[in-house]
Structure formats: C-alpha cells, structure tokens
Design a binder for this molecule. Structure first.
Ligand SMILES: N[C@@H](CCC(=O)N[C@@H](CS)C(=O)NCC(=O)O)C(=O)O
Length: 212
C-alpha cells in the first residue's frame, strides 16, 4: 500500500519548502497542511520537538527539516549511491542549510539596525565565501551537468535552489548578483529545463503568491 505523507508547516516557504520540493520532484502525493499561528499554539505540545516542519509518515511524526530531507532522499534515491556519496551530498546540504539559516534570520529580524548589520555581513562576507565553497565542491564532485554532485539531481540541489530562491524573494540579494556564480545560474536552468515536475510546482506556487 502507498505510504501516506502529511506535511505540517506554516503557510510560508521557510524551512518547510525543501520538503515540499522533494515530494514534488519525485511526484509523490502528500497533504500539504498549512498551519495557522493560532492553531499552532494548540498543536505545538503534541509535536515531536515542538517545531515545524513535521512530516507524518503513515501516522508517525518526524521533525527537523534536515532529518526529513535526508529521510526522503534515502527513500526516493536523491542522495548518493553509497555511504560515502550520501555523506558528501549531506555535507553540501549542510553548507546550504547554513546559508538558508543566515538568510532566514535576516528576513525575520525586525530590529532595523540589527537587520542592516546582519545583511551587510551576509552580503559582503558570508554569502560570497559560502558560494565560493559550493563552486569548489561542484568542481570537485559534480560532473558538469549543473548539479552539485554527480550527474543527477540530489536533495542538496533542491536545498540550494530553495535557499537561493528565498534569498532573492526575501530581497537579500538580486538574482543577477547570485547568478554571477555558476552553480545558482546553472541549477536554475537545469531545474526549469530538465525537471518538469519541480518547475511545474514552482511556477504554480509563484503564480499563487503573485495573486495574493
Ligand atoms: N532546525 C529546525 C528549526 C525549526 C524551527 O525553528 N521552526 C520554526 C519555523 S521555521 C518554528 O517551528 N517556529 C514556531 C515555534 O518555535 O513555536 C528545522 O530545521 O526544522
């Protein structure tokens, strides 16, 4: 019998979007449950680690976006073919998660001075450094197809696309600046030209966001 997946996350991209992207990429049906803040306060004590996202797998709940992503990568073969390859893909995904974490902290910082300071540090130091590390990683482990590892899509690529997307939509860096690096630029082309399920979902999602 088919496994039943339910994703609980807020009505936002944040840390839930990577899970959505993975499930759309593999064409797996899931319930995309958008939790409103008022309901969250009631739901929170019953969740495994009192945070979202939570993925429910046939009734069993799993928290922490990276753990969920790795679990799904294992199930759907999106993370390397042996233990070492899986660890290498995980290492790239961890670096990408650091970029997303930094970006989300800035996006959700409400103090103007703290936000401006963090933004400057991120844009001038942290992001260029981490993008340079990713380029080196891709050169060492990618096969020239635009993916970070080997010649197939891995969940680390989806994590990267998600992080880059949120950096741009969160007005942290313009897409042109990001795409001076080869990985963000090639990956976006790869996803839109070669991954129809993901590009369909992203186009539909962006359309919905525009109409709000
Ligand atoms: N490291 C965790 C972070 C989870 C997290 O902080 N989730 C936030 C939303 S992005 C949350 O649940 N906030 C509500 C709360 O803490 O009450 C993950 O990646 O899942």
């Amino acid at each position: 019998m088919a496994v039943r997946y339910k994703l609980y996350y807020f009505d936002a991209q944040g840390r839930g979007e990577l899970v959505r992207l993975i499930l759309h990429a593999v064409g797996e049906e899931f319930e995309d449950i958008r939790v409103h803040q008022a309901l969250w306060e009631q739901l929170k004590p019953s969740t495994p680690l009192h945070t979202l996202p939570v993925l429910e797998i046939d009734g069993k709940q799993l928290a922490q976006s990276s753990a969920i992503a790795r679990y799904l990568a294992g199930v759907f073969d999106l993370g390397g073919r042996n233990n070492l390859e899986k660890a290498l893909v995980d290492s790239a995904a961890e670096l990408i998660d650091e970029i997303l974490s930094d970006a989300l902290k800035i996006i959700f910082e409400h103090d103007k001075r703290r936000k401006a300071k963090a933004l400057k540090q991120f844009v001038t130091v942290t992001l260029p450094q981490k993008l340079a590390r990713l380029e080196e990683f891709k050169l060492a482990h990618g096969k020239g197809y635009g993916y970070i590892f080997g010649n197939d899509l891995t969940y680390a690529d989806l994590a990267a696309h998600n992080a880059f997307d949120q950096i741009v939509s969160g007005s942290i860096v313009e897409r042109e600046v990001l795409e001076q690096y080869s990985y963000p630029a090639e990956l976006r082309r790869r996803i839109f030209d070669g991954e129809p399920r993901i590009s369909r979902y992203i186009k539909h999602r962006n359309q919905m966001l525009k109409s709000l």
